[in-house]
Design a binder for this molecule. Structure first.
Ligand SMILES: Cc1ncc(COP(=O)(O)O)c(C=O)c1O
Length: 401
């Protein structure tokens, strides 16, 4: 077997299952899961109908490159959303549909990394664990960059040793971030693009939460947008990852895309041809309808806005918590260690949250500290009423500590 498989860490939800094993929570309190980042709002009705109309298409093999109609719809969405020049984006060269960002984020490292060099892949810490698994299976070394309240939950780019940047072949960034919700502004993204020019590495910008934000006048900036604002239109070394999962509440549809640097996309397509992960044509056609509609996305944001306002209000008197810039997570500090907090909350209140230390590593670059310790991730994905109920139970529990 591939010895690198031994390097993979158990997934956070495996650890959570073990943490909860053997506990019987009070049966009179219905279980509320705030641990998984799986959207629970209803998918738009029109996508179900669209899918039914397209099912006959399962009679043919889909191509890895996807259908041109979908790539064109995605190009137009990118132009509208991120203020790009339509002429700078060629649906044939800059865009590839993928089966959700997870598989693409993983596969991307396998395509990008040159194993013959002493490769480093950089990533935030805490992180989405796929970045780390992709790194280890690509034969590279992960370099963790702590994101804490002290640095505004954004990796401190200027504290990294030039020797590390020289070995860096790929960096994963996540904005809005999971779990902190922090958004990278345009100056931050442009600083990173300058570093990628200087040291020649690829930026994989995970923007799957870009459509979950609170201020309708201030949607989060994207990496391609930052590149264009620097006067560039070739997107060199910049690749973004987008998804319908959170934007349109269809995590089961498995639909997203990657877009950016034409040379990188071309090589990634070559990789994907062998990987054999083309998106089914009925999914592609249904996805077009979703990328072309913003009404359901705005309605989705309205629901999150209501939940965050009510839940932050309830929690903030007792826990150290603040409204994030974007995305659908809260990242409060816990008055006791995070595993104890999560386990006892489940035992007493039948509410599941995820210990922050399961999402991050002890970081030898920062004196061995684990930036997820003493935090929990609370995903506000359930209904408004359930989230309010859960928040009240979290307070009742916290008051016993
Ligand atoms: C940061 C981040 N990236 C990517 C994904 C994967 O989403 P999908 O594969 O559904 O697009 C998730 C899912 O929770 C996530 O939190």
């Amino acid at each position: 077997m591939n010895p690198d498989l031994q390097k993979l860490h158990p997934y956070p939800f495996e650890k959570l299952m073990q943490l909860k094993a053997g506990i019987t929570p009070p049966a009179e309190k219905p279980h509320i899961a705030l641990s998984i980042g799986e959207p629970k709002h209803a998918p738009p009705e029109f996508v179900k109908k669209a899918m039914l109309h397209q099912l006959d298409r399962m009679g043919s093999y889909p191509l890895p490159k996807g259908i041109v109609e979908l790539r064109e719809a995605i190009a137009q969405w990118l132009v509208n959303r991120f203020n790009l020049k339509r002429t700078s984006l060629d649906a044939d060269k800059h865009i590839l549909p993928v089966n959700g960002t997870r598989e693409a984020l993983f596969a991307f490292a396998q395509a990008v990394v040159d194993r013959s060099l002493d490769a480093i892949i950089m990533m935030p810490n805490p992180f989405y664990q796929i970045y780390e698994g992709a790194t280890l299976l690509a034969g590279a070394q992960p370099y963790y960059m702590n994101t804490t309240a002290d640095n505004g939950y954004l990796p401190d780019l200027d504290s990294v040793d030039p020797k590390i940047w020289q070995r860096c072949q790929l960096i994963y960034i996540c904005s809005p971030g999971n779990p902190t919700g922090a958004v990278m502004d345009i100056a931050y993204l442009q600083r990173l693009i300058e570093l990628s020019d200087k040291y020649d590495f690829v930026i994989a910008s995970d923007e799957c939460y870009s459509e979950i934000y609170f201020d309708e006048q201030q949607p989060p900036t994207g990496l391609l947008q930052a590149a264009v604002a620097m006067g560039r239109d070739n997107y060199a070394r910049c690749v973004v990852f987008h998804s319908l999962s959170k934007r349109s509440n269809v995590p089961g549809l498995r639909s997203g895309f990657v877009a950016g640097d034409a040379k990188v996309i071309q090589q990634f397509l070559k990789y994907r041809t062998y990987h054999g992960c083309a998106m089914p044509e009925f999914t592609q056609h249904s996805s077009i309808d979703l990328w072309q509609d913003e009404q359901h996305v705005k309605a989705n944001r309205d629901l999150y806005r209501e939940k965050f306002s009510k839940v932050v209000d309830i929690l903030s008197g007792t826990l150290k918590v603040s409204q994030p810039d974007a995305a659908f997570y809260l990242w409060p500090e816990t008055p006791v260690d995070d595993q104890t907090f999560a386990r006892e909350l489940y035992a007493q209140q039948n509410v599941t949250v995820l210990p922050g230390s399961y999402l991050s590593r002890d970081n030898s670059n920062n004196l061995g500290s684990n930036p997820g310790a003493n935090h929990v991730r609370i995903a506000l994905v359930a209904s408004v009423d359930e989230c309010i109920d859960a928040a009240n139970r979290i307070i009742e529990f916290s008051n016993t500590l």
